[in-house]
Design a protein around this ligand. Structure first.
Ligand SMILES: Nc1ncnc2c1ncn2[C@@H]1O[C@H](COP(=O)(O)OP(=O)(O)OP(=O)(O)O)[C@@H](O)[C@H]1O
Ligand SMILES: [Mg+2]
Length: 339
C-alpha cells in the first residue's frame, strides 16, 4: 500500500485521536452507529468482549475483512502524520552510552537510543548491525559492558534479580528464530507463558489461547506440533505466544522474515490491529524496507552498533542521508560496503 498524502494536516491530527475500534469504524464511515450498536448487543448476548467487535461486524455482514483492515491502515497513516508533526511521545526505553562486545568484537558502540511509549517503532539496518543484540538488551537478556538501559525509571543494570524479573513481566518477546518448543503442540506453546507467569484457571487460559489463535488465523491448529506447521504458521504461533500475556511492551524480532508477501502483509495488519486495540508499545525489527515505513510511527536505523537516524517514519523515509538512502533503495553502490 502506498503512502497517503493529506491536504488537511489539522484534520489528520484530529482524526488521529485514539478511539476504541468500534467508535473509530463509525468515525471513518466504515459502519453506521446503528450497526455498531447492533453488533455490540449481539456480542453482549454471547458474552464476548468489546475487543472482538471487528469480527462480529464481519459476521453480521456489516463490513468485509479487507475493508476492516483498510480502515485500520488508514487510521495508522493518520497517526503517523500526526506524530510526524507534533512528535509527542514519552520515552519508555532508553539506552545511555551502551557498549557491548561479543567474541572480542564491538557490537554496540556507545549506543544512545530512545523508544517512544505507546507507538509502533521499527528498527532497521543491515544484517549483523546489532539489531537483535539491541532488542535482547531491552529486556535484560544481555547486559551492557558499559552504559545503562532504562525501562521507564528503572536502570536494568542496577536492579536486583527480583526487580529485574518484575520489569521483564512488562515485556513479551518474539525471538528471531520463533523459538517454539518442539515437544509442545501449538495450544501448549501459546499457553506456556500464561501457565508460567499467572494463576489463571486452565479454562480461562484455554479461552485466551483460542482467542489468540483466532487472531493469528490458526483456528483448529492447536493440536499440531511445530514440525507439522509451515514456516509462516510457526511464525504466527510464536506471535500468538508473544501476544497472549497482553504485555505493556511487545518486542518482535523479524516477525515477517521468510514469509510470502501476502502473509507478510497480514502480519503487518495483525501488529497494527493489536496495537490499535491495546496501544501497547510495539518494537519490531524488520527487513521489509521500504514497506515497513507505512506500518510504524517511529523508525530507528542502526548501523555498526550506533543509531544512524531515529525519528518519525515519514521523516526517515525522506532522509537525504546517503547511508539511509542506500539502505532503503538497496543500491550496491554507496557508503555501505558490500563484500
Ligand atoms: N551470542 C552471541 N555471541 C557472539 N556473537 C554474537 C552473539 N549474538 C550476536 N553476535 C554478533 O553480534 C553481531 C550483531 O548480531 P545481531 O544478531 O544483533 O545482528 P542483526 O542486526 O540482528 O542481524 P540480522 O539482520 O542478520 O538478524 C553479529 O556480528 C553477531 O555475530
Ligand atoms: Mg537479528
Amino acid at each position: 500500500m502506498s503512502q497517503t498524502s493529506f491536504q488537511d494536516i489539522s484534520q489528520a491530527k484530529q482524526d488521529a485521536i485514539p478511539l476504541p475500534l468500534g467508535e473509530r469504524l463509525v468515525r471513518n464511515g466504515c459502519v453506521s452507529p446503528a450497526q455498531l450498536e447492533q453488533a455490540l448487543e449481539a456480542q453482549s448476548k454471547e458474552g464476548h468482549k468489546e475487543t472482538l467487535i471487528g469480527k462480529t461486524l464481519i459476521e453480521l455482514g456489516y463490513i468485509t475483512h479487507p475493508a476492516l483492515l483498510n480502515c485500520l491502515f488508514h487510521q495508522l497513516t493518520r497517526e503517523r502524520v500526526a506524530y510526524h508533526l507534533d512528535r509527542q511521545a514519552q520515552t519508555i526505553i532508553r539506552f545511555e552510552n551502551v557498549e557491548k562486545s561479543l567474541d572480542g568484537r564491538k557490537v554496540l558502540d556507545n549506543l544512545n537510543l530512545e523508544i517512544p511509549a505507546n507507538k509502533i517503532t521499527a528498527i532497521i539496518g543491515i544484517s549483523g548491525g546489532g539489531k537483535s543484540v539491541t532488542l535482547k538488551h531491552m529486556v535484560g537478556l544481555m547486559k551492557p559492558d558499559k552504559g545503562e538501559v532504562w525501562v521507564g525509571d528503572q536502570p536494568l543494570g542496577r536492579l536486583s534479580t527480583r526487580k529485574l524479573n518484575h520489569v521483564r513481566r512488562r515485556f513479551s518477546m518474539l525471538f528471531q528464530e520463533g523459538a517454539l518448543f518442539d515437544s509442545l503442540n501449538v495450544t501448549d506453546n501459546v499457553a506456556f507463558p500464561l501457565r508460567e507467569t499467572t494463576r489463571l484457571h486452565e479454562e480461562e487460559i484455554l479461552r485466551r489461547v483460542e482467542l489468540c489463535l483466532q487472531e493469528v488465523n490458526l483456528v483448529g491448529m492447536g493440536n499440531k506440533y511445530p514440525d507439522e506447521l509451515s514456516g509462516g504458521m510457526r511464525k504466527r504461533a510464536a506471535l500468538a505466544r508473544a501476544l497472549v500475556t497482553q504485555p505493556e511492551i511487545i518486542l518482535l524480532d523479524e516477525p515477517t522474515a521468510g514469509l510470502d508477501p501476502i502473509i507478510e502483509n497480514s502480519i503487518h495488519y495483525l501488529i497494527c490491529d493489536t496495537f490499535m486495540r491495546t496501544r501497547y508499545t510495539t518494537v519490531f525489527i524488520s527487513h521489509a524496507v521500504p514497506a515497513i515505513f507505512d506500518w510504524c510511527h517511529h523508525v530507528v536505523v542502526l548501523h555498526r552498533g550506533r543509531v544512524l537516524a531515529s525519528g518519525p517514519s515519514l521523516e526517515i523515509r525522506n532522509s537525504s542521508d546517503p547511508t539511509i538512502k542506500q539502505f532503503i533503495s538497496g543500491d550496491l553502490d554507496g557508503p555501505i560496503q558490500v563484500i
